[in-house]
Design a protein around this ligand. Structure first.
Ligand code: SAH
Length: 244
């Protein structure tokens, strides 16, 4: 099986592909591939490209597209997850599961009851991006889950996601409103989702989200752990309006 690389669109021009950075050392020194050999390339489109290496240099590798196959692995539903920071390595777990369940983006949020400090979490963003990339490769996605560049507040997340078709805050105190009962004019194509930390959202935060048009929804009568809630929410959303 040939090896898979995610390459930004601007590095592919008229079937000519340029690989730079860590991909170069991976191809040259880890995989020891030579000109004439092939790799697979994905470029945030729905295509899997087979690329034959033409020139393998120390700083740059050039190749050409020799085959292109259309893949249908991305959900028609774009879910943008606003996930409060969680303890230990739980955020890593949530990140991986979000990739598998086809989320489009994840934003780490600092909320009232978060015990993780923003400056500690900021150091993890680069690592999260790597996890998103690796997990996306592993589960055969053609788009890498986007990890927000900054840790954001709930309000900033709400503001930035103002235009999504549907805006939801999952809240364990909500008893009446369930996903399947939401009254919608048309099928949502994009959804912003808020999930709280171990300690949950405060009432003030829920009210703030409501001001921005977020609706509170329940995930059932039991309280789910912070790392379970996003998985269940994503699976349900993909099942209702996506591709699960
Ligand atoms: N504060 C709670 C637990 C929060 S669980 C407590 O300990 O009592 C972490 C997050 O998961 C919550 O903020 C919420 O977004 C989501 N969540 C967990 N269970 C839920 C449920 N039954 N319905 C809706 N959301 C839930």
């Amino acid at each position: 099986m040939s090896h898979k690389f995610f390459v930004p669109g601007e590095q592919i021009v008229d079937d000519k592909v340029t690989l730079i950075g860590s991909d170069v050392s991976h191809i040259r020194t880890v995989l020891r591939l030579k000109a004439g050999e092939s790799i697979q390339v994905i470029s945030d489109s729905d295509k899997l490209l087979t690329v034959r290496l033409v020139e393998v240099k120390a700083k740059e590798i050039r190749g050409e597209v020799i085959a292109s196959e259309k893949l249908d692995v991305e959900s028609p539903l774009a879910v943008h997850l606003g996930q409060a920071l969680t303890k230990g390595n739980k955020f890593d777990v949530i990140l991986r599961k979000s990739v598998e369940l086809g989320a489009r983006s994840i934003t780490a949020l600092t909320t009232e009851r978060c015990v993780i400090k923003t400056h500690q979490a900021e150091k993890k963003i680069e690592r999260w991006k790597k996890i998103a990339l690796e997990s996306s490769k592993q589960c055969g996605r053609t788009r890498v889950l986007q990890v927000a560049e900054n840790i954001e507040t709930l309000e900033i997340f709400c503001h930035k996601n103002n235009d999504q078709d549907l805006k939801l805050v999952f809240w364990e105190m909500e008893e009446k409103s369930f996903l399947k009962d939401l009254k919608l004019d048309r099928e949502p194509r994009s959804i912003a989702v808020l999930i709280g930390p171990e300690g949950g959202f405060s009432l003030l935060e829920v009210e703030k989200a409501r001001e921005y048009g977020f609706q509170t929804v329940s995930l059932g009568p039991r309280i789910l752990r912070a790392e379970t809630a996003p998985v269940v929410a994503l699976a349900l959303l993909q099942s209702l309006w996506g591709d699960l």
